[in-house]
Design a protein. Structure first.
Length: 126
């Protein structure tokens, strides 16, 4: 499902990460054992979903996130994320970075709704 030499995403791009691997007992969230961490980027084209990029990453840290973003998104693009500390280098990397605060948006609308649609489809497919 990978096309070599494909163009990077550009413009406005939502980015978030998720865990896949089904329900398990123990710790939940980013530190859960026995699950695979997947990072997702969705290009927005006139408020609709455009192209999508997914990749497994070892950790939700700056190193892994920065590599995924550099490999998949054009410099100068606007990236929308939640407030996770792994996204702190985006402005230094010459991206425009919009951080949506989960606490503020919780009762209004989703922070990265298009990424969440892709996550839902991925988990349903798996």
């Amino acid at each position: 499902m990978v096309l070599p030499g494909r163009e990077k995403l550009s413009g406005v791009v939502e980015v978030d990460e998720t865990l896949v691997g089904g329900k398990r007992s123990g710790k939940r969230g980013r530190g859960a054992e026995g699950k695979t961490l997947v990072i997702i980027a969705v290009e927005l084209v006139e408020k609709h979903m455009g192209r999508v990029r997914l990749s497994t990453i070892e950790y939700a840290d700056r190193i892994c996130i920065n590599k995924f973003i550099k490999d998949n998104i054009d410099i100068g693009s606007t990236i929308i994320t939640d407030g996770w500390k792994g996204y702190t280098d985006l402005k230094k990397m010459k991206y425009k970075h919009i951080t949506e605060d989960k606490k503020v948006k919780l009762n209004e609308e989703e922070i990265t709704p298009n990424v969440h649609k892709i996550v839902s489809l991925l988990k349903r497919w798996l």
